[in-house]
Each structure stands twice: as C-alpha cells, then as structure tokens.
Design a binder for this molecule. Structure first.
Ligand SMILES: Cc1cc2nc3c(=O)[nH]c(=O)nc-3n(C[C@H](O)[C@H](O)[C@H](O)COP(=O)(O)OP(=O)(O)OC[C@H]3O[C@@H](n4cnc5c(N)ncnc54)[C@H](O)[C@@H]3O)c2cc1C
Length: 551
C-alpha cells in the first residue's frame, strides 16, 4: 500500500448505543465552556465508554460535538444544538511502557501526571489548566508554559485512534502515513466483508477511496500555532487530526511520549520595574538556556518556562487580596513580574541549593545552574527583587503557581461583573498571539498602544519565553468589547507581518473574532482549502459544525 493511503477498520467493540441523558438539570452542566460563549443549547448528552459506542452515536446522529473538560476558551466546546459526546467515561490510563503512555481521551492531565509520577515519569507540555482532558489537549494542540523547552502537544503525540464521522476507525502511528508529493492522502474505507467481530455493516464500508487534499498555505514558523488544520508538504496524517478541534473525527485513544524522569524544578519570582528591562532579561535567560541545551552543559542554566504578568495584572491581584492570601509581595513600581521554571539535576537537595544561592556572588562559588541564574539576575539588577521556591518547598511553589493562575480568574470576574452591572452582552475579549521572540518587544508596545488609543483598560500576561501573551480587555461597556475586537484584528495583522501567529495555543472554536483572525491569516483561499479537508472526511458536516469556520 502506498504510504499516503490508509485503511479504516470497523470498531473493535459492539455498536451499542451509549447511555444518553436528556434531563435538563444534567444537560445544564454541558451548555457552555470556559469561554462562556453565549447561546449554548443541546437536547442530549451521551457518555460512551467504547469506540463502538462512539461509532454508534456518530452513525445515529446528524450533528455531534465531542467534548473533554470544556475548558476551551474559544467556544469550541459549547454545543449549538448538537448531541454532546462527553468523553468523561473514557478515562483510563491503558498502558505505560518505556517512554510511552497509552490513554483514553477523558483522562484529565492532572490525573495522568499523578499516575505517571507514581512510575517516575512526566508529561511536560501541559496547559496551565491541568483539569483539561488528554483528548481536548490533542484536539486543540494545546501548549503551556513549558513549550519553550518542550514544544507543544503535537511533538509528544505518537499514535491516535480516531472514529471518523460515519463510524469507521483509523489507527494512526506517527511516521506511517505521509502525504503524497502531489498533496493528498487517501482513506480507503474497509469493505463490508471486514472480518472484525462483531460483523460491521457501516454504510461507508464499500471499499471506496476518499482523497483528502493537503492545504497549500504556509504556517507561521513559531512554536505555537493552533490555527486550523496543520498543513505541510508530505506531512504526517496524524498531524491533520492534532489541533483539528473535533471537526474531523473523535479521538478515542492516544499514545503520548513522556519523559522517563521527573525534573527537579525551582521557581523564581522576579519583579522588574520596567517592561523593557523585563524583556531584555528574558532575552538573556532564553539565550543562556538555549546555550545549555546546545552544549548539553550540566552546569548550564536550564529553563523550561518564563511566564509574565504586567502591572495591571498585579494591581488586580492586589485588589483581590491574592498577594496577601499567598504571602507574595510585588514591590511598588513593579511593571512586570516574571515567574521562571528552572530545571535542576534531580539529586539537588534544598540544603545544597540554599548554600549555592547564599554564596552565588562570592568569587569562589562553584559553577552551578543556580549560581549562574543568580549572577545573571544580578547583572540585570534583578537579584534583590527575586524570590526562589526551591525543589523541596512544595508549599511556596504552589503559592507562586496559584498567584499566576489567579490572573485569568481576576479578569474573568471583572468581565462577569461588568455583564451583571450593565445587563449587556459583554464578553471576554482576549487575544492569544505569538511572534518570534526577537519581535516581541515591538509587539508588546503595539498591544499596549492599540488598547490605549481606544481608551481600553487591559491586562497582558502569558508565556513570554515563547513570545506568546494574552492581551485581554477589561471591559466596562459593550462599546469596550467592540473596540477591543477591532484592536485584536489590528494586532492579528501586525503579528502576521512579523511572521507570528494570531492564534497561538487556544485554537479557533466558534469565536467569530478568532474565525476572522484565521481568515486574515490564510485568506479566503486558505479557509476554503480547510473546508475541502472537512468535506472529504465529514461530507455531511456532522462533527462540531460551526467550529473553525461557519457551516
Ligand atoms: C484557566 C485556563 C487556563 C488555560 N491555559 C491554557 C494553556 O496554558 N495552554 C493552552 O493551550 N490552553 C489553555 N487553556 C485552554 C484549554 O484548557 C485547552 O484548550 C485544552 O486543551 C482544552 O481541553 P478540554 O479537555 O477542556 O477540551 P474541550 O474544551 O472540552 O474541547 C476543546 C476542543 O476539542 C474538541 N475535543 C475535545 N475532546 C475531543 C476528542 N476526544 N476528540 C475530538 N475532539 C475533541 C472539542 O470539540 C473542542 O473543539 C486554558 C483554559 C483555562 C480555563
């Protein structure tokens, strides 16, 4: 068989109807995701446990929306009349062998991490919200703080099982199916005489071959790009499904690569009095880490992530008492706080680390990663405004992480409050953009200036080590929301000019502004190429209709 062609198989378990709930109270919990996208509605939610039940549901329903933990911030997991397919009961960790883990899609990343930790393993590229399910994370090609060192989800997915729209199943292992040099894949639907038990009589099983075209747009060359379908010459078919946001198939099994060790991590919270100085410091830290990886230098500074919170974020944390609650102080005049994840040798003890820090600036100090960190911070005048949570200090570490996580919560609360006070359809108005780090300082200024020019209160935070931030409006009126959307479209154009991606890690979903950014990025032609992929794999538009682009 040519390597661009793959054959489907029938489901391995009986095509039984899954449990379906119509009761309003139960349904109520599934009508919106973390984007609080308005108008969510559905008449039924199904809880399949097997691929056969998933296939039966797909064959029996005209419109289906697969969901994970519904932590989508794009409305992608908000039903608009489809039957909701919850993966919550497909939540097993099936096997851990070597540096691979095979899981069902409904496993939460937090419980996956816990199971892996019990065996001394670790899954690095997880999103900040660890309640997200493995299926959702793959379907959105999620990234996280650790993307700086470890990349996005895509690079860690080794195999997938996907149930296609008509109930046929594809098993995909990385490296096995590559696009034809002329730009297409072929899906051969298994004939009716398939020998699987039980007998399978799927309507699509007539041995026909469907051609799936590979889009020709060029994806931006940045670490994060959850912007519609992945496309590259001679790409791997598995990559088409990663990041496809539920529109091409239901992911029912995932094999992820994992690290065979758990890194010892110190967190450093650094308060910097100007944004320009903070960006300068981040640039130096990035260079040091990249040098360490290049040289495989055990004494080098090894950073997995640098997160940032601007002055407005810190003001909200103070207003909400988050700093006091977690016993964290942001000195007056802090323009940007940075939270770094520093990876250390697993044998590093707290006593040893304290000793190294205490002597870091003395001429005879040993050359270690922590000493190098302290010296670099000192050279940038930032050492005195730094606090470290060392590997053994789980409490302090959690406090730092809680403070960082409180930022989106603080913004969401203010959006909710404005909605309540004005009674208007105020919504979260947020961008998720990435540029090559060399262009980040320019872009940061453009975000601020674009919001300021429109008189918008705003906060910016995110994953600065990737050049990826979330510029959010803190809206007071519906007019602020409209102006904020206008600003986001402007940012999207500026990001594209700088070879970045205006849809970095959250995906596109149902959000009209994100769908507009997708069109802006790839043009009408690019979006119609995505539609052609969708038509080939899901001709009836059954799966997640309205997600990525309008029906
Ligand atoms: C506080 C907070 C912090 C966040 N931080 C990050 C971050 O750091 N990085 C990041 O990338 N994202 C982040 N997110 C967004 C979100 O967590 C991710 O997009 C996550 O990957 C979604 O997973 P989920 O299980 O909640 O999927 P859902 O929200 O349920 O679904 C998301 C999309 O995936 C599809 N889908 C879900 N399961 C399947 C399946 N089995 N088969 C096919 N399609 C499926 C759905 O149809 C939908 O289009 C954050 C969200 C919140 C609320």
């Amino acid at each position: 068989m040519p390597t661009h062609r793959v054959r489907t198989r029938p489901p391995r378990t009986p095509l039984d109807a899954p449990p379906i709930v119509h009761d309003r109270d139960t349904l109520g919990a599934y009508l919106e995701d973390a984007a609080h996208y308005p108008g969510g509605h559905a008449d039924a939610v199904a809880f399949p446990k097997t691929e056969g039940e998933v296939a039966a549901l797909l064959r029996g329903c005209p419109r289906v929306l697969p969901i994970g933990a519904q932590s989508s911030v794009t409305g992608g997991a908000t039903p608009m009349g489809e039957v909701v397919l919850s993966t919550a009961r497909m939540n097993g960790v099936l096997a851990i062998i070597g540096d691979r883990v095979r899981v069902q899609p409904g496993v939460a990343i937090s419980s996956l991490q816990e199971t892996l930790a019990g065996t001394g393993r670790y899954y690095p590229p997880f999103p900040t919200y660890t309640g997200a399910f493995a299926g959702g994370v793959v379907a959105t090609n999620a990234s996280g703080a650790g993307t700086f060192k470890y990349g996005s989800t895509r690079g860690w997915v080794e195999a997938l099982t996907v149930v296609l729209a008509q109930g046929d199943v594809l098993d995909l292992a990385r490296g096995e199916v590559r696009a034809h040099p002329d730009g297409y894949f072929e899906i051969e639907y298994a004939g009716g005489g398939g020998s699987e038990d039980p007998p399978y009589d799927g309507a699509a099983h007539d041995g026909r071959v469907v051609r799936v075209p590979v889009p020709t747009y060029r994806m931006p060359d940045v670490a994060k790009r959850s912007a519609g379908y992945f496309a590259e010459p001679e790409m791997d078919l598995i990559d088409l499904f990663i990041g496809s946001e539920g529109t091409l198939g239901v992911i029912t099994e995932i094999t992820l690569r994992v690290l065979p060790r758990i890194p010892a991590v110190a967190l450093a919270l650094v308060c910097v009095p100007s944004e320009a100085k903070a960006v300068w410091l981040v640039a130096a830290l990035r260079r040091a880490a990249q040098q360490t990886w290049r040289d495989r230098d055990p004494r080098g500074l090894d950073l997995a992530a640098i997160e940032n919170m601007d002055g407005r974020c810190l003001a909200m944390l103070r207003e909400d008492g988050v700093d006091r609650k977690h016993d964290v102080t942001f000195p007056d005049g802090t323009a940007m706080a940075l939270l770094m994840q520093v990876e250390l040798a697993s044998e590093t003890t707290s006593e040893r680390a304290y000793e190294e820090i205490g002597n870091a600036l003395s001429p005879g100090a040993p050359d270690t990663p922590l000493v190098r960190l302290c010296r670099l911070l000192d050279a940038h005048g930032a050492l005195d405004a730094t606090e470290l949570a060392l590997p053994g200090d789980a409490k302090r570490r959690q406090q730092f992480l809680d403070v960082r996580e409180a930022v989106p919560t603080a913004v969401n609360q203010r959006v909710g409050e404005a909605k309540r006070l004005t009674g208007q359809e105020i919504e979260k108005t947020a961008a998720d953009m990435v540029v090559p780090f060399e262009r980040f300082d320019e872009m940061l200024e453009i975000y601020h200036e674009g919001y300021r020019r429109r008189g918008l209160d705003h906060a910016i935070w995110g994953h600065i080590s990737d050049g990826n931030v979330h510029p959010n409006v803190i809206p007071r009126t519906i007019d602020d929301v409209k102006k904020g959307k206008d600003a986001i479209l402007e940012f999207g154009r500026e990001v594209a000019k700088r070879h970045g991606c205006p849809l970095a890690e959250h995906g596109v979903g149902r959000s009209p502004i994100k769908q507009a950014l997708l069109k802006q990025l790839y043009g009408d032609h690019g979006v119609s190429q995505m539609r052609a992929v969708k038509r080939a794999l899901d001709p009836d538009g059954k799966l997640a209709p309205g997600v990525l682009f309008t029906e």
